[in-house]
Design a protein around this ligand. Structure first.
Ligand code: NAD
Length: 257
């Protein structure tokens, strides 16, 4: 399948799932815009590497997804957006009565509100181009809950809701919007949860991975960023033209439990 001639913006794509998705979209021929809030030389170098490896136009644009105006400016600056992947996300783990308000606000802004702003800026471009795909990276936590992740679970349920509304508002147009709901994928975001969880349950790393992180993932294996990228490419394919307003779980059976 070829996405040649399409431009994809992937938010939060200098590491983890976003980078994996950007690489798979580029492998399928799409020009890609990488994003993060860091603007380091390595970020630009990453885009250059992808461009060279897959023979596509790849750029890096800095934008802080916690700020609505920067989310919109990212899309405007890209100049074209056929494929929008809302991926940027952060996590914080604490009981509700101890959850820092600034962490709640940041998670809601980056994990949920950013997708509203980028989608609002991208839809007119998709309509003009006569084709568009919005792929929201939600989570198994967009469909189920875990204790101590109030902001994350609330934001990801919100992303699934926004996905449905976007799909309904574009239903008669050649635009689709879906959410991918990964279970556990071993990325820096998950890696960062391991030390705290080790402390919390007084467990070693391997036990935390098998008994806590993958406790609810019946396959007992992490999904890979390449598999997530492959799912995004599928949602951009002609085969997925009538798939809209829904979720695709890539969670080793988590939400079947
Ligand atoms: P990661 O920490 O590797 O990547 C997060 C990305 O978001 C990075 O590129 C980072 O630069 C970017 N980012 C963070 N704050 C930002 C901001 N203010 N502005 C712009 N960019 C910002 O994490 P990941 O695991 O790859 O997560 C990516 C997405 O996938 C998140 O939305 C996460 O909730 C979701 N997800 C991850 C898992 C998992 O197991 N890793 C499971 C389900 C869902």
């Amino acid at each position: 399948m070829s996405l040649k001639g399409k431009t994809a913006i992937v938010t939060g794509s200098n590491s983890g799932i976003g980078l994996g998705v950007a690489r798979e979209l580029a492998r399928a021929g799409a020009d890609v815009v990488l994003n993060s809030f860091t603007d380091r030389d390595e970020d630009h170098a990453l885009a250059a590497e992808i461009g060279k490896e897959f023979g596509v136009n790849a750029r890096y644009i800095k934008a802080d997804m916690s700020k609505g105006d920067e989310c919109r400016a990212l899309v405007e600056q890209a100049g074209r957006c056929d494929i929008l992947v809302n991926n940027a996300g952060i996590q914080h783990v604490a009981a509700i009565d101890e959850f820092p308000t600034e962490k709640w606000d940041a998670i809601i802004a980056i994990n949920l509100s950013s997708a509203f702003h980028t989608t609002a800026a991208a839809l007119p471009m998709m309509r003009k181009a006569g084709w568009g795909r919005v792929v929201n990276i939600a989570s198994a936590h967009g469909l189920t809950a875990s204790p101590y992740k109030s902001a994350y679970v609330a934001a990801k349920h919100g992303v699934v809701g926004l996905t449905k509304v976007t799909a309904l508002e574009t239903a008669e147009e050649p635009i689709t919007c879906n959410a991918i709901c990964p279970g556990y994928v071993l990325t820096p975001l998950v890696e960062a949860q391991i030390p705290d969880t080790m402390k919390k349950y007084d467990m070693d790393r391997e036990t935390v991975i098998r008994e806590v992180l993958l406790e609810r993932q019946p396959s007992k294996g992490f999904a890979t960023v390449e598999q997530l990228g492959g799912t995004a490419v599928f949602l951009c394919s002609d085969a997925a033209e009538q798939i809209t307003g829904t979720t695709i779980s890539v969670d080793g059976g988590w939400t079947a439990l």
